[in-house]
Design a protein around this ligand. Sequence first.
Ligand code: SAM
Length: 230
Amino acid sequence: MSSGSLYIVATPIGNLEDITLRALRILQEVSCIACEDTRHSMKLLSSHGITGKRLISYHSHSGLMKEEKIFELLEAGNDVALISDCGTPGISDPGSLLAAKAVERGIPVVPIPGPTAFVAALSGCGFPTHHFEFFGFLPHKKGRQTLMKKIAHSENTVILYESTHRIEKFLDEAAEHFPERRIVLARELTKIHEEYLRGRAEDIMMMFKTTPEKKKGEFVVLISGEKDLS
Ligand code: SAM
């Protein structure tokens, strides 16, 4: 029997309308959906009229048994979709390991493209987009300073993910390592409070002091290339 396909399905990063027609069809058609948080995904699915689906939780702490369950279904000929809590699975989210193991086992892996926070942020930030470096979340401790130094010398637009709890720490470090570089914080993309905060690290810290609510929410951080200071 031929195996089913593993569909890597991108879902919204905020606005529930940002899901493709193909993603909705695939989610409707597959036998099972593997998702990070079943309750969170259930809301997305039911808002699009997809109900009664078999959901399996699959997250960064899921063990090998969960993976084996997914492969059992696939190898028995069932199609399985993988979704994460937001955006594209595998991009700073679980998924890349499952895809790698599926490839090893000869199972077709089919991406269903859609939102990714860093691509949306890059497209609207106003920095050069022809070359860029994406680092995802910076490590909290080991390797962080090395990466900050690397960013300080990057000629390309650099893109990072940062949480609301750590954004001020990041700006402090940015002011130390690359005070002259232009920074854009793409905040709450596709949501009610969506905005781009632009300036040098010090300017944005000042914005946070005068308007603390701007510190809240989800952020993509973009840093202009070393030679792109204007
Ligand atoms: N898989 C996702 C993707 O395709 O972009 C990324 C998931 S990662 C766990 C979550 C991080 O993505 C957040 O901490 C934030 O840095 C960024 N992010 C997600 N949604 C966002 C949004 N609506 N606006 C700004 N940043 C967002």
